[in-house]
Structures are given as C-alpha cells and as structure tokens.
Write a protein that binds this ligand. Structure first.
Ligand SMILES: Nc1nc2c(ncn2[C@@H]2O[C@H](COP(=O)(O)OP(=O)(O)OP(=O)(O)O)[C@@H](O)[C@H]2O)c(=O)[nH]1
Ligand SMILES: [Mg+2]
Length: 320
C-alpha cells in the first residue's frame, strides 16, 4: 500500500489521511494497521485529562515547547467530546496550540469521541499506532475526563496527567469516582487563582487514602498561561516514567491494555458475525415483543439461536 510507505516516512499528509481512515472505520483500516504494526512501539503516550477549561490545551502547548527543545517529534490528539460536527472544543484546542502550527515536527489532530458507536477507544489506539509508526516520539492525547468513554480513551496512555483547578467544588467529588483513580501525575493548574492551597490539601488528602504505593503519585502546581511550573512538570514526568519502566509497571500496564484490546476485538468481531447471521437489526423488535409477552424465555431462546448458528457454521466449514 502506497499510504503505508508514506506514513512510515512520516509524511504529514499521509499521516492525516491514515488517521481519517482509522477514524471512519474504512474497510482498508485493518489491512493498513496490520501493515504498520511491526513498526510501532517506540512512542511514549501521555494522556492529559481533566474538567473542561482546566487549561489542558494551554499546558499541552507549553509541554510541546519543552519536548521540541529536546528535539522530540510530538503529536497531539485532542478528543472532542461533543460531536463530530460541533467544532467548538476543537477550535479552542487548535487555537491554544497555535504557536506550533508551522512546526513540521508537531502534528495536532482532533478526533470525535461521539458518533462512532463503541469504537472510540479502539480508534484512538489505532490513531496512536499511525503516529507511532510515523516516527513521533511523544504522543499526547487530550480528553475531558468525564464518562466511561473518555476514561477508556485516556487509558490508552502510558502516563495519565490529571489536570485540576481551584474552585471546582463538587466536581472534584464527581471526578474522584472515575478519573482520580487513573491519574498518575496530578497537575494543579491555575495556581495564580484563589483556592490553590485548598485544592492541594484536598488532593493530598485524597491521595493519602490510596494507601502505600511505591510509585507515589506526584502533585505539581502550574500556571500554564504564565509558563510557571512547566519545566518542573516535565522533570516529574520523566522521573515518573523511568520509575514506571524500572518497576516493570509499564510492561504490566501495556499488557493489560493489549488484553483489553483483544477482548474488545473478539467481542466486536463475534458480534458482527452473529448479528449478520441472526439478522439482529431486523428481528430485535420482534424478539423484544415476544420476550415481553412471555411467548419466549430469554436464555433458552438465545441458547438455541446460538446453537443453530454454531451448527450451521461447522456444517459450512465441513463442506468447504
Ligand atoms: N489564570 C489562568 N488561566 C489559565 C491557566 N491555564 C489556562 N488558563 C486559561 O483557561 C482557559 C481554558 O484553557 P484551555 O487550555 O483551553 O483549557 P482546556 O482544559 O483545554 O479546555 P477544554 O479543551 O475546552 O476542556 C483559557 O482562557 C486559558 O487561557 C492558568 O494557569 N491560569
Ligand atoms: Mg482543550
């Protein structure tokens, strides 16, 4: 495939095209990913998450400065939570990272987190693969930490940077449930705002409840707009990353991710085959009515359907 060669050479337009292919679930996608797969595995992936307006994009912009100064090639995937058509958040993210618009070694791309049922985390994983194969050393995923989908997206990262800001009130409670758990490094941004000490105390208290962890989650205070705390942040990330590596946690984390991917892949492949065979879309209302009226009972009905399907498949295999 010509596109494969061009992506492997790091051609920006080809990379953009390949990500579109992944995002749209184009029929060529699987073959494409398989062709680049052996070239993946060199990039480090950071996930940046936190509530809307916390300063994620501003921080990413500053982090890009730091990494570029070390000669790294950097790519950013900004996940737009609203819809594929809104453009709102996307525009904001692009604007915030405008200073890198003309740098050929910085690639910024937004992806929709709504609109493609089920496959968003998978799409993000594949988009990361495209960028990895294209030679980006660092890939940053920016996503708002609300909801299961966003959490799954951010779990694609090797390190999760959780951005919090003063004055979130109850939001911090809501965040605690999901995203707090997956944060590796806690960035308390907008330290120029009132309430930073209170936030710091809350976060430290919350982290103390996690119990002993040899990798202790670092907490870093920043003011992204003023470029304060950014150098320290990059040092903290580097240090944390090397500890992740030496403690074998990175290997574990990546393996866990691949295991999850295998599960997702199997489920979606099997679902596709079986839905086609059973004509689920056509029949589902009818089945629901039969279940509601008590005409059929769920387990025996579907056990039989699946049994028929398996028998049919093995007969087909025999005749082939
Ligand atoms: N005072 C202050 N303002 C900041 C700081 N960091 C970011 N901001 C401002 O906060 C606003 C939101 O910043 P963004 O970087 O767009 O935040 P975001 O988290 O990417 O927002 P979404 O992508 O929309 O969720 C902008 O007006 C920034 O200039 C900071 O450290 N201090
Ligand atoms: Mg943003």
């Amino acid at each position: 495939m010509e596109l494969v060669d061009r992506v492997l050479k790091g051609e920006i337009r080809a990379v953009a095209k390949a990500i579109t292919l992944v995002e749209n679930g184009h029929p060529d996608k699987e073959k494409f990913i398989d062709s680049i797969y052996s070239k993946c595995g060199n990039a480090v992936v950071w996930g940046v998450t936190g509530p809307p307006g916390a300063g994620k994009s501003t921080l990413v912009d500053k982090l890009i400065d730091q990494e570029r100064s070390k000669g790294k090639k950097v790519a950013v995937i900004a996940v737009d939570p609203s819809s594929p058509f809104s453009g709102g958040a996307v525009l904001g993210d692009r604007l915030r990272m405008q200073s890198h618009a003309t740098d050929p070694n910085v690639f910024i791309r937004s992806m929709a987190s709504r609109g493609h049922l089920g496959g968003v985390a998978g799409n993000t994983t594949d988009a990361v693969r495209v960028l990895d194969a294209a030679g980006y050393d660092l890939i940053i995923i920016e996503s708002i930490g609300v909801g299961q989908t966003e959490i799954e997206i951010i779990e694609v990262a090797d390190i999760v940077l959780l951005v919090l800001v003063p004055g979130m009130g109850d939001e911090i409670q809501a965040l605690k449930a999901g995203v707090m758990e997956i944060g590796d490094i806690y960035i308390l941004n907008k330290k120029d705002h009132d309430g930073i000490e209170k936030l710091e105390a809350e976060v430290n208290y919350m982290l103390s409840l996690k119990g002993y962890d040899e990798l202790k989650n670092p907490v870093v205070l920043t003011s992204a707009v003023e470029n304060i705390g950014i150098v320290e942040l990059t040092h903290t990330i580097e240090d944390y990353y090397s500890r992740l590596k030496t403690s074998n946690r990175l290997t574990h984390k990546r393996k866990k991710r691949v295991r999850e991917e295998i599960q997702h892949l199997l489920i979606s492949k099997i679902m596709t085959v079986i839905n086609k065979n059973l004509e689920t879309e056509k029949n589902i209302d009818h089945w629901a009515e039969k279940l509601i009226s008590g005409e059929i009972s769920p387990y025996s009905f579907f056990n039989q359907k699946i049994k028929n399907f398996l028998e049919e498949s093995s007969e087909n295999a025999d005749t082939n």
